[in-house]
Design a binder for this molecule. Structure first.
Ligand SMILES: Nc1ncnc2c1ncn2[C@@H]1O[C@H](COP(=O)(O)OP(=O)(O)OP(=O)(O)O)[C@@H](O)[C@H]1O
Ligand SMILES: [Mg+2]
Length: 229
């Protein structure tokens, strides 16, 4: 295996001489539409998210929109959005922090910049299942899990945090260090609109989140009733 600087890297090593993390030859834990999610090679409680080449090409490549190509952070715009919103949560809504994934930092990898985040784990130590997966496995949410979901959604709705992608694949059901279960949003924070209306108007932000929550609830109900695969 060769590093970014052309040095050869021994089998099993995970960074090259200049600190670039080598992920390209590792198998991702998850493949989202936008990102590949890798286990951190050294720390079991961390994940690294890198952007998928196909996604970057489609959105920010020569055939992407003028608007996207002009973005100052280019393909790293999604990281920028998420970072900024995480800071909003830290500054204005710390009570929400248990309900959104913790951003730990950035690392340079052989697949581009990687976002390091805290892994949400299930009781057995594996990655926590998404709400979508939970519904596929169990058919429905029991009253206790319903209450946990309500707690998470209420906290997000009442906060200043902008949530522009709320769906059952972005919510996972994990346990914290005390073993208490909780739903956590692992993707979808930050404003994706050109004019940041929701950042200026708490009312617009609240209204938008209410609509998204209502849509999510309708989707959960449809899945519980077998109307949606
Ligand atoms: N912090 C985390 N803890 C545990 N699992 C996670 C975490 N972040 C992501 N995952 C897992 O990785 C999957 C993909 O992550 P993520 O949603 O960030 O990628 P994405 O490409 O933006 O996804 P998509 O565009 O398909 O929604 C999630 O559905 C979840 O199963
Ligand atoms: Mg996602």
């Amino acid at each position: 295996m060769m590093s970014r600087l052309g040095q050869s890297i021994a089998e099993g090593e995970w960074d090259d001489m200049d600190g670039t993390m080598m992920l390209a030859e590792r198998k991702p834990l998850f493949r989202g539409h936008q990102r590949l999610v890798f286990q951190h090679p050294e720390q079991s409680d961390l994940l690294i998210k890198v952007l998928r080449v196909e996604y970057v090409q489609e959105k920010y490549g020569p055939n992407g929109s003028f608007h996207n190509r002009c973005r100052r952070c280019r393909e790293y715009q999604p990281f920028f959005m998420e970072f900024r919103e995480y800071l909003v949560a830290c500054a204005r809504a710390p009570s929400c922090l248990p309900y959104i994934q913790e951003i730990v930092g950035l690392v340079w990898t052989d697949l581009g910049l990687g976002l390091i985040v805290r892994k949400i784990s299930a009781r057995d130590g594996a990655s926590a299942p998404t709400l979508d997966r939970f519904l596929r496995l169990h058919g429905k949410l029991d009253p206790e899990r319903k209450r946990l979901l309500d707690d998470c959604l209420r906290c997000l709705e009442e906060s200043d945090v902008i949530v522009d992608d709320l769906n059952d694949c972005n919510l996972v059901l994990g346990v914290d260090h005390t073993g208490t279960e909780r739903f956590v949003l692992i993707d979808g924070i930050g404003s994706s609109t050109l004019v940041p209306i929701k950042a200026f108007s708490a009312l617009a932000n609240r209204w938008s989140k209410r609509r998204r929550i209502a849509r999510l609830r309708a989707r959960i109900e449809a899945k519980e009733q077998g109307r949606l695969a």
